[in-house]
Design a protein around this ligand. Structure first.
Ligand SMILES: O=C(O)CCC(=O)c1ccccc1C(=O)O
Ligand SMILES: [Mg+2]
Length: 316
């Protein structure tokens, strides 16, 4: 099958720049593309690279699109190199939109809301909870650990004072690989204590405490603490997911479909191995988000909230 192909780069500034252990992020850049079939139907796709996470760069993606002819085949799409995972996602999801039933039911998904870094979290959690979020994520490894643990304990205290059973908040902590082993131990001891002693706030997991090169140490942390751990940066694409799975990771895997690579291959892997997944955004536009959420709702096994909160305060 042949399709007419068009693409257009975009830039969207964050209202408030996003702070993570990787640094400050001001502008989300990507590419919107479309494929038109012989009947004139159009399928939209998005390429939203995240090179600091290990995907291709935006420049790589633009260069790839520029080299393609204006008429491309299904075969071209299914043979995009594994070194261009965000492109694999963008083109394949446009194909999926053209060729499959668009009525995937997204209404059963629960969403996780992203909290801002720093002390302001002591107010924001409540706003998000009142908007209906029961799962929240807070970035750590951004400030001094003593400062962060202190804010964290205040947050837990405030939540416990405010909620009453059966109300409950699940909190995810995302270190973006920014902790040392000793700092991760300190966080996990703190989380284990909280989880053992009350039911109003559950620390659902600690996400990517250490760098990609330290999988052995993260496996050790899984053995030593009862709070769950999730890999994110370590499993940014199919090759990495395969490798971590082979090395024995049995806890949670965060999957960012937009940079992971071929949705078809992702589906095969998840259906074969029944892994415990959290699907998550890379701040793509609605086009990429819709494709990613369809994948999530097909593949989600343990009903964990998806990391696609509506971040009104981030993107203008
Ligand atoms: O996963 C979520 O809940 C929100 C998305 C998120 O945290 C994120 C968004 C863009 C890039 C990296 C990350 C991350 O999980 O580290
Ligand atoms: Mg993460």
């Amino acid at each position: 099958m042949n399709y007419q192909f068009q693409f257009q780069p975009y830039q969207r500034p964050f209202k408030t720049p996003l702070k993570t252990a990787h640094g400050i992020w001001n502008i989300r850049e990507g590419i919107i593309l479309n494929l038109t079939n012989k009947q004139g139907n159009i399928g939209w796709g998005e390429i939203a690279p995240l090179s600091w996470f290990g995907s291709e760069t935006l420049e790589d993606a633009i260069a790839f699109c520029q080299k393609l002819p204006s008429i491309i085949s299904t075969e071209t799409i299914f043979t995009i190199s594994d070194s261009l995972p965000a492109c694999q996602f963008g083109f394949e999801s446009a194909l999926i939109e053209l060729n499959s039933n668009p009525l995937v039911d997204l209404s059963k998904l629960q969403y996780s809301g992203l909290l801002p870094t720093g002390e302001i979290v002591l107010n924001t959690w409540k706003t998000l909870f009142q908007q209906g979020y029961q799962t929240l994520k807070w970035k750590i490894g951004v400030d001094e650990i003593t400062t962060e643990i202190n804010i964290f304990k205040q947050l837990v205290k405030i939540v416990i004072e405010t909620l009453s059973s059966p109300q409950k908040i699940r909190l995810r902590l995302d270190a973006n690989g920014g902790l040392t082993f000793e700092q991760a131990e300190y966080w996990l001891e703190t989380c284990d204590l909280i989880n053992a002693n009350q039911d109003l706030i559950e620390i659902e997991f600690l996400e990517q405490p250490l760098s990609i090169s330290q999988l052995d140490l993260m496996l050790e942390l899984c053995d030593r603490y009862s709070t769950s751990l999730a890999l994110d940066e370590s499993v940014a694409n199919l090759q990495q997911l395969n490798s971590c799975y082979q090395q024995g990771w049995l806890d949670i895997f965060v999957i960012k479909p937009a940079i992971f690579g071929s949705p078809r291959k992702l589906k095969n892997f998840c259906q074969k191995n029944k892994i415990d997944t959290v699907f998550s955004s890379v701040f793509e536009t609605d086009i990429g988000q819709n494709s990613a959420l369809k994948i999530a709702s097909e593949l989600l096994l343990y009903n964990r909230a998806v990391g696609f909160g509506i971040n009104h305060w981030f993107i203008s």
